[in-house]
Design a protein around this ligand. Structure first.
Ligand code: HEM
Length: 114
């Protein structure tokens, strides 16, 4: 069950990154908002289950990862709602930076540190 939710988290993470890269969050706003919400829920679940018996340094890195992930998701919700073109460009750029960082940190935490 925990592994299935981790894989679901991975699939949703790739989907959000693809939507951001293709600049399609506004066009696919319901899908984007649903994916962001599920990513948040599966992330919180991963956090609660994986903090038991973590490897050294896990808490600090996982905390930074979660904060960067929350920032990316907040930008996705703003993009889904829409705004002035100039702001949307800024939101998308900062979401791409945070989501890329979060993706890399997540893969490192799950597959290398552990
Ligand atoms: C844009 C947002 C996010 C992206 C791109 C992302 C990406 C990832 C990826 C790629 C993994 C590794 C999955 C695997 O190897 O199967 C992962 C794991 C994880 N994510 Fe996220 N995530 C995001 C949001 C969040 C949020 C908001 C939280 C916490 C509230 C969170 C908590 C976790 C935890 C705890 C793990 C497991 C780390 C471990 O195995 O030790 N993620 N994430």
């Amino acid at each position: 069950m925990n592994d299935a939710l981790l894989y679901l988290h991975l699939v949703l993470a790739v989907l959000i990154c693809a939507l951001l890269l293709a600049a399609k969050v506004r066009r696919w706003r319901r899908l984007s908002a649903a994916a962001a919400l599920l990513l948040l829920l599966t992330g919180a679940h991963n956090f609660a289950t994986r903090m038991q018996a973590p490897p050294p340094g896990w808490h600090a890195l996982a905390g930074i990862k979660a904060l960067a992930g929350l920032h990316a998701l907040a930008m996705v919700f703003l993009l889904a709602r829409g705004g002035p073109e100039e702001k949307e460009r800024r939101w998308r750029k900062s979401a791409l930076i945070s989501a890329g960082l979060t993706l890399g940190m997540g893969l490192y935490l799950s597959n290398i540190l552990r």
